[in-house]
Design a protein around this ligand. Structure first.
Ligand code: LRH
Length: 480
């Protein structure tokens, strides 16, 4: 028998993809069969996901995929859909960049202090954590009517199968999971009035998640039974699984709309120092902890591109070669950049406020973003080493940002460490490997990574420069 085929549905904040993966002892292949835009919609009530369009894209993708042995779904974290007693979706899922959570965290902390929340859940403060979204929704009719809450990938899996589940890696981003016990934090939920009965039972990457419904088979032309397999349904969990590391002394940066930079650990770091540095302990595959920091990532550039009428990224990166390095930089970790809109102006404003030259041309703004990202990557890698007391000899970059050679090189320069750029479609690769493993066709995490290192093209970037300009730029950034 030849290798099996696995369909990986991977939902990103900017687009969704259906990929087909094949896995064998020395084989790891991925082909994209369908890509569709993910366009958030601004309604009078706020920023919403067009989740039905996404489901339509998934069905189109499964039709294009042809016969597969199993299907999985991963996607971005924290957001959810609510279902009524009949299993019908209650309204359009709210986008994590919606403003409804402004000022909500302070109210939550009045009931459970931020220190206690971190010690219990290990999750960073981000205004969009599911916990704060639920607090913002507290007295809404929708929440009162809801019988079930499904995180976005679980919602899509439900529409495909008719079955409910809460996949663990993504559940950890709700801030309602205890990373030591890897189950619900009952005490936190109770004190904050979150009804855990809203959540379906937890399932782990590799667990069965049902079969494609008869109507889905009909719509996609697939022949059943087709099993759906739970994967690391948080896209970042799947991407971290696909870091092609061969040793233990590594850090990773998953670059896409976000940059997620940190370490893979076997136990969470729940210290007050770690909380102050806003590091998160999300759950990964096989008992691992993803100890990382959220950095704004290519979102900064995507929003600039939108403001400039969508110029081609390749063109922008060629223009950037002419712009002066490290002339002005912003704090790419600042949640001030979270909301959409007016990004070139907001970046210019941040430079003006910190007394730096204001970037004006597209090339100058793009250069400012790339330099700022590289510095934020460096800070995250340095902080993570210190806070987790973990040695790092090499930084692996995976995800969309690996297409940008300048970003990879600047990250190596800033970190003063070799950077190895791996797969652009890391989330889909990690995802496919978990499906393969569930069917006995792949090994443990180190074996998966060895397979990735053998089969996927890697690009190495050696660090350049003495760091003097970088230090000067960081000093400007630190100025009040
Ligand atoms: C990346 C990601 C990230 C989350 C954010 C909401 O797609 O899942 O890990 O923090 O989206």
């Amino acid at each position: 028998a030849g290798p099996q085929a696995y369909a990986a549905v991977d939902l990103g904040a900017a687009s969704g993809r259906v990929m087909v993966g094949r896995v064998g002892p020395d084989l790891l292949e991925l082909s994209e069969v369908h890509r569709f835009p993910n366009r958030p919609v601004r309604l009078p009530e706020g920023l919403r996901w067009d989740v039905l369009a996404l489901y339509g894209g998934v069905l189109d993708g499964l039709r294009a995929a042809g016969p597969v042995d199993s299907v999985g779904v991963d996607g971005w974290a924290v957001d959810y859909g609510l279902l009524d007693a009949d299993g019908a979706l209650l309204g359009n899922p709210v986008h994590y960049r919606d403003s409804r959570t402004e000022g909500v965290a302070e109210k939550v902390w009045a009931a459970v202090p931020a220190e206690e929340l971190y010690a219990a859940t290990g999750i960073q403060y981000a205004p969009f954590n599911t916990l704060y979204q639920l607090a913002a929704a507290r007295s809404t009719v929708r929440l009162a009517q809801a019988e079930r809450l499904l995180l976005i990938p679980d919602l899509l899996a439900y529409w495909l199968t008719g079955e409910h589940g809460t996949e663990l890696t993504n559940a950890s981003t709700t801030q309602l999971i205890d990373p030591r016990t890897r189950t619900w934090s009952y005490d936190i939920a109770e004190r904050l009035g979150v009804d855990l009965a809203l959540f379906a039972p937890l399932r782990r990457p590799g667990d069965p998640a049902g079969l494609l419904r008869a109507e889905v088979l009909q719509e996609t032309g697939l022949t059943g039974p087709v099993p759906v397999t739970a994967v690391g349904s948080h896209d970042t969990a799947s991407a971290v699984a696909a870091v092609p590391a061969t040793g233990a002394r590594f850090a990773y940066i998953c670059t896409g709309t976000w940059s997620l930079a940190g370490l893979e650990l076997t136990a969470p770091v729940l210290t007050e120092e770690s909380r102050a540095a806003n590091f998160t302990n999300e759950l990964g595959l096989d008992g691992t902890v993803r100890y990382l920091r959220n950095i704004m990532g290519l979102w900064l550039l995507q929003e600039c591109q939108r403001a400039w009428g969508e110029p081609d990224l390749g063109l922008l990166l060629r223009e950037v070669a002419a712009a002066c390095a490290l002339r002005s930089v912003v704090d790419a970790g600042d949640t001030a950049f979270l909301a959409p809109g007016r990004m070139p102006e907001r970046i210019a404003e941040a430079c003006r406020m910190s007394g730096q030259p204001v970037p004006v041309t597209r090339a100058e703004v793009t250069r400012c973003v790339l330099d700022s990202l590289a510095l934020a990557h460096r800070r995250a890698v340095a902080d993570t080493r210190r806070l987790a007391d973990h040695p790092v000899d090499v930084v692996y970059l995976v995800g969309g940002g690996t297409r940008d050679a300048l970003l990879c090189q600047l990250t190596a320069d800033a970190c003063g460490l070799p950077v190895v750029a791996g797969a652009t479609e890391a989330a889909a690769l990690g995802h496919v490997l978990v499906q393969a493993r569930a069917r006995g066709r792949a090994g443990d995490l180190p074996a998966m990574r060895a397979l990735l290192a053998r089969t996927q093209p890697l690009t190495r970037y050696a660090p350049r420069g003495d760091g003097a300009r970088r230090r000067a730029a960081e000093a400007r950034l630190a100025r009040p």
